[in-house]
Design a protein around this ligand. Sequence first.
Ligand SMILES: NC(=O)c1ccc[n+]([C@@H]2O[C@H](COP(=O)([O-])OP(=O)(O)OC[C@H]3O[C@@H](n4cnc5c(N)ncnc54)[C@H](O)[C@@H]3O)[C@@H](O)[C@H]2O)c1
Ligand SMILES: [Zn+2]
Ligand SMILES: [Zn+2]
Length: 346
Amino acid sequence: MKAFVYLGTGRSGLEDRPKPELQRPSDAIVKMVKTTICGTDLHILKGDVRSCTPGRILGHEGIGVVDSVGAGVTTFRPGDRVLVSCISSCGKCEPCRRNMYSHCTTGGWILGNTIDGTQAEYVRTPHADTSLYAIPKQANEDAVVLLSDILPTGFECGVLNGKVAPGSTVAIVGAGPIGLAALLTARLYAPAEIILIDIDANRLDVAKRYGATAVVLNGPDGKAVETVMKRTGNRGVDTAIEAVGVPATFELCERIVAPGGTIANIGVHGTEVALHLERLWDRNITITTRLVDTVSTAMLLKMLQSSYLDPAFLITHRFRLDQMPAAYETFGSAATTRALKVIVEA
Ligand SMILES: NC(=O)c1ccc[n+]([C@@H]2O[C@H](COP(=O)([O-])OP(=O)(O)OC[C@H]3O[C@@H](n4cnc5c(N)ncnc54)[C@H](O)[C@@H]3O)[C@@H](O)[C@H]2O)c1
Ligand SMILES: [Zn+2]
Ligand SMILES: [Zn+2]
């Protein structure tokens, strides 16, 4: 089968690989129908994710059709159309029983990281009963792909951890797919202000169209902090969501969070970030970090089905699996290509 493989920092490519086989009774083999690329895949290519070693098939998102199931799988049968969660969870271990699927002792974020992922014709999905979701009939399957990772991530790591509340003031740093997913799901809580901050004017335009009350270009003049402080009457924001994954944007969140507020980190960080306790120690703030647990996936699927949530606008480009290098090139050069999410058909 065709598969897109990480070959070491800065190197990747399409390879021919054997079709995966069932290894455990709880496994399923899924024939991929659609997959996509995540900002985290770009971090892997940069060498930021040390757990992902050369030779790994990338990808932790997508939908497909169940091809075969192990003897222990009771919920799914060959032919079922399923959403593959980016997080594999056994549902039984101690972290799973605490709804912290991301730290499942035999799962977590393993797909496209420590085991082969979804950017291939087939994928082996461990703990299939608790890690796959039946796709509701008549659902827009392109939009469903966005529920593997970015919608639950923006919602759980950004909105829930950031305690977005009615009437509150929110800033989201990073208007990539994750930041925009945080924007869509923050709106469910009716905050008074949602300010999107990015270096990419096109992405900020998209944010404005989909509910940002203000956008701030984080340009070389370094005025973003000043602009946010002015807009909030010098108070800062109740929730500062970091959706980029570089030191400068975390430090920006430290500067704009209001007393009593929360910095909710989403970004994957590959380098050291300064924590300015000399400024923050007396400001009663909370800092949260989270690897998405995907505990909200079933709820988000229902909201998609009822059209209460419509993230399909995030899809800007389409490719076939054999065009994966071009898909990465397009997704990785968003400033010029205006890409948000790409759909890759297997
Ligand atoms: N915690 C989790 O479970 C989890 C899950 C998925 C993704 N992530 C991470 O979330 C982050 C965002 O993902 P994405 O897919 O949206 O990535 P992306 O690369 O498409 O988007 C990042 C955005 O940040 C902007 N940006 C870059 N530098 C900036 C700066 N100095 N100031 C303001 N904006 C800046 C970019 O223009 C871009 O729009 C990544 O770090 C990704 O790895 C985390
Ligand atoms: Zn991801
Ligand atoms: Zn578990």
